[in-house]
Design a protein around this ligand. Sequence first.
Ligand code: CA
Length: 469
Amino acid sequence: MAERRPNILFIMSDDHASHAMSCYGSRINETPNLDRIANGGARFDNCFCTNSICAPSRATILTGTYNHVNGVTTLGAKIDGRQDNVAKQLRASGYQTAIVGKWHLGHGGHHDPTGFDYWDVLPGQGDYHDPEMSRMGESRRIDGYVTDIITDLSLDWLAGRDRDRPFFLMLHHKAPHRWWEPDEKHANLYDDVDIPEPETFWDDYENRASAAGEARMRVDRDLTERDLKGPTPEGLSAEEEKRWKYQRYIKDYLRCVASIDDNVGRVLDYLDEDGIADETIVVYTSDQGFFLGDHGWYDKRFMYEESLRMPLLIRYPDGIEAERVNEDMVLNVDFPATFLDYAGVKQPADYQGRSMRGVLEGATPADWRTSMYYRYWMHLTHHHVYAHYGIRTHDHKLIYYYADAMGQPGTVDENKPPEWELFDLKEDPHELVNVYHDPDYADIVQSLKTEMRNLQLAVDDEPYHKEDE
Ligand code: CA
């Protein structure tokens, strides 16, 4: 008889940066239940997304392709559910499949979830309190807090599953997405403490391309009364006001994270009580990173580290050693390839990621990637971030702000002068000094441009047509 194939429980939150997880050395909070996954399995320190924004990252995780291939380049694009995805592949191979929680890839027509035996999702961003949810297209409002509800529905589905077949469950939390609305249980957490400010909190955006200074995601200027849950007190100096806003923002963010942590604990307890913890692959990740006051910002989108980096924890007692820390470069586009590998399903030829199984088992292939390609398409919309693409290696990051909407959905059609940035990540891990024009780096610039072109070719993307060389 064939060996039993593992269950796959994929837990993804929205905008949860790894520097707000204690297993990643957070200076600002504790996440004991997420740490249970890390301690029982592998923690990835170099997991990156290929486009740091919600819907595009979700589309990549589902389809195993980059956004110019799956069509979800921006928040203005919806997924075409007729294309292949990992749930369809797993379902066809005998898995029972479900998605519960945030979907955010469109609704109706060909935009509803496909490949799932059961789906129960929030419309669009969804609400934190008493959310409306759509179960297989039927909407109803559910009393309670969204993170608890998504967990309850997931546990209900697990309890009613067919025990003779493995399952693939995508449990997608809305939290801790803006507007960071905590539940009652955690509403007063951190009331009596000051959360430490990040090292780059007072960044002045000097010594970089103009994109950083032009972005509209500053804690001191761009957070709204809705974000801050009230007006800013009068009589504060500019410095005091920025500090006050940061505390308001980060405490609500961390309160939302605390609820996620509690609820992940409930799911882990269920696996233990049900006796299936050993044979279940548990993944915890987020669709991208987030600026937690880093560079004086909130939000994401940029190819800068805090936004580019995804938390990734994977526990699988039957197949992965505990307490592994891995520094290989893995990407969101690798997730579906990895799930198919563990399920014994051949990866379709058009998937663009690579199975992480060897990496997880401590046998990283000799030809594993040492660089990755990134592209943010959503020019200027919402936070005035310029469209850009770039390459990150273990030591350097080259970014090209081509700053053109290129007709992409949901963008602002207003070109800005293109600019380049190069960061020496070993010398300057906070990315504060652009060395693109420094003659000492001329050779590195040239080799990175060549490599970036090769990465673009490999995934069938094209360089921006006006790119200066
Ligand atoms: Ca997100």
